[in-house]
Design a protein around this ligand. Sequence first.
Ligand code: SIN
Ligand code: MN
Length: 264
Amino acid sequence: MKLAGDQLERFHRDGFLILPGLFSRDEVRALCARLPALYAEDTPANVRERQGDEVRTAMGLHLRDPLFAKLVRHPRLVEPALQILGQDLYIQQVKVNVKAAFTGEVWQWHYDFATHHGEDGVPEPLALNLHVFLDPVTEINGPLYFIPGSHQHGAAPATLDTATTSYPLWVVERDTVRALAHETGLVAATGPAGTALIFGDLMVHASPGNLSPYDRRIFSLILNPVANAQTRFERPDHKHHRDPAPVRPLADDCLLAPAPAGAA
Ligand code: SIN
Ligand code: MN
């Protein structure tokens, strides 16, 4: 699947793209059916919220479940990423950010490159974050907030926050957010289940806690150029996968196609 010219233009101008209806109800249903068993696994790749026992983010899913192994190679995600970056990409990170009803906690203001660079020594802010909504995401259940155009201001000062949530994150100062938002305002990325988002490594974003009674599960795949791979290896594999193999797209129906005869 290729992005149209006007979509590419918007991506480069705003720094993000919202693609409603990219995945079907049946595809989303099949993915969601895998989640309870994955959440139940006792693994460091299931990061729990700071308060309580809910899974905050379930990571490394393509290595833990065959359907997610297909999703990370899905042409509706991989082909636009290849189109934007024009070079071989590896699978850097794969997760579902759960943000459970009532208890899902905040993601502070940040841009991903601050963590990719600060923790993993990724040289350049080239990685793309590709999201798929597994629930309807509305203004009330903790959507992502984007600052349109914030990617054009370069890498803002960032500091490592290990206190606010259970997930260490390099975050952006409030004054920076205020100044950037003053120019363009904020956009809440909402849409029905199956909506996809694409945004770059310098996009300043955040999401509030989920006080609503509705879950807000979002799948996230980060693809990074093989030529821009991590240079430090302190974080575990599920936070930054070490396999630099270039990702190759599968067939468009890969999520729902029946398993070949004889497959277990
Ligand atoms: C979120 O799931 O709300 C945050 C996702 C992100 O920071 O990419
Ligand atoms: Mn992020």
